[in-house]
Design a protein around this ligand. Structure first.
Ligand code: SF4
Ligand SMILES: [Zn+2]
Ligand SMILES: [Zn+2]
Length: 326
């Protein structure tokens, strides 16, 4: 099959757009969509200057998504002195798996000459995920502990590095899954929070609604969220990027798995479903954010670590205490 834009052979067919694309046109299209998202969400504000650049911390796990994100942002901004990129990797204490993916992170950041920092749960909290899974004092999924610890490290270190924004490699499938999970849980407040913390356009964007920013958290953004997972994987493969492809041995988000399957079947039968879920979700989350904005409670500081929280202690400190008690 021929590329729709040139006589070269197509390497992919996107059912949702009907397009066949050759390697060159496919890669250019991925890059263009990421750059459009950066522009549309106004990630780089007008007041960023050479003297006062924007610092973006990228959560780099070594998986295909964050590797592709780092590569494209580097290609886009390496020569722009208004943006400084720092890659932050986390070792959760998942032996085989994370050691391998950190090698991929090292290789990529060495190639690109991007500053790279690594923090581990062991140094930071005195725990390793391999042990947490064994002990599991709260009878929870591994990812429920791991997600809380990861968010804490990303925020703490993004702040330490003076980050203006924290960027993660969530792709279209990840985002459509999260959107559906929030729908199914009926959690409109969560949608509003997600709009304000990570998907709403920043002030100054040419959009009908922008996010309500808070001083409590470093704003997040997901520039890959228009790119389907398979296309991220294909891009990483075609560009020969050092991405680590195996799955974490503790991955066990059961509900997400069900939603993933459902979404896969829907997309097969009705191409474009993921895109339409997201456009409706963003609209709704923006409306919810405007509705709830004034009623959002002020956050206190955790009595133990100072992180923003609604209670006396933050979730991370609560979990660490239960683990210490084992
Ligand atoms: S899959 Fe779950 S346990 Fe494994 S690294 Fe991700 S969040 Fe942590
Ligand atoms: Zn082509
Ligand atoms: Zn705390």
């Amino acid at each position: 099959m021929e590329c729709d834009k040139c006589p070269s052979e197509a390497v992919m067919h996107a059912a949702y757009s009907g397009l066949h694309m050759c390697e060159e046109h496919f890669c250019a299209s991925v890059e263009k969509r990421v750059r459009s998202r950066v522009r549309e969400d106004n990630l780089l504000p007008d007041d960023a200057t050479v003297e006062d650049p924007e610092t973006w911390v990228i959560g780099l796990s070594g998986g295909k998504d964050s590797v592709v994100l780092t590569q494209i942002l580097h290609d886009t901004f390496a020569k722009d002195p208004r943006v400084e990129l720092i890659a932050l990797s986390i070792h959760e204490g998942i032996d085989e798996y994370r050691d391998k993916s950190l090698e991929a992170c090292e290789e990529l950041t060495d190639d690109l000459d991007v500053r790279h920092e690594t923090v581990s749960y062991a140094e930071e909290f005195g725990v390793e995920m391999d042990d947490v899974v064994e002990e599991d004092p709260n009878n929870m999924a591994a990812c429920a502990y791991c997600g809380v610890f990861r968010r804490d490290i990303l925020s703490t270190y993004a702040e330490e590095f003076g980050a203006d924004k924290l960027l993660t490699g969530h792709n279209l499938d990840d985002e459509a899954e999260t959107a559906l999970m929030n729908f199914f849980e009926g959690d409109i407040r969560k949608m509003s929070q997600q709009f304000d913390s990570s998907i709403g356009p920043f002030e100054g964007a040419d959009a009908s609604r922008t996010r309500g920013e808070s001083d409590d958290f470093i704003p997040r953004a997901k520039p890959l969220r228009d790119i389907p997972e398979k296309e991220v994987a294909l891009y990483a493969h075609l560009q020969d990027l050092p991405a680590h492809m195996t799955e974490c041995p503790h991955a066990d988000e059961a509900f997400r798995g069900e939603v993933q399957e459902l979404l896969y079947e829907l997309e097969e039968r009705h191409p474009g479903t993921r895109h339409s879920i997201m456009s409706g979700y963003e609209e709704l989350a923006g409306l919810a954010s405007a509705e709830y904005r004034d009623g959002t409670p002020d956050l206190d500081e955790c009595d133990n670590c100072g992180s923003p929280t609604t209670g006396e202690f933050c979730r991370k400190c609560d979990l660490l205490e239960t683990l210490e008690a084992v």
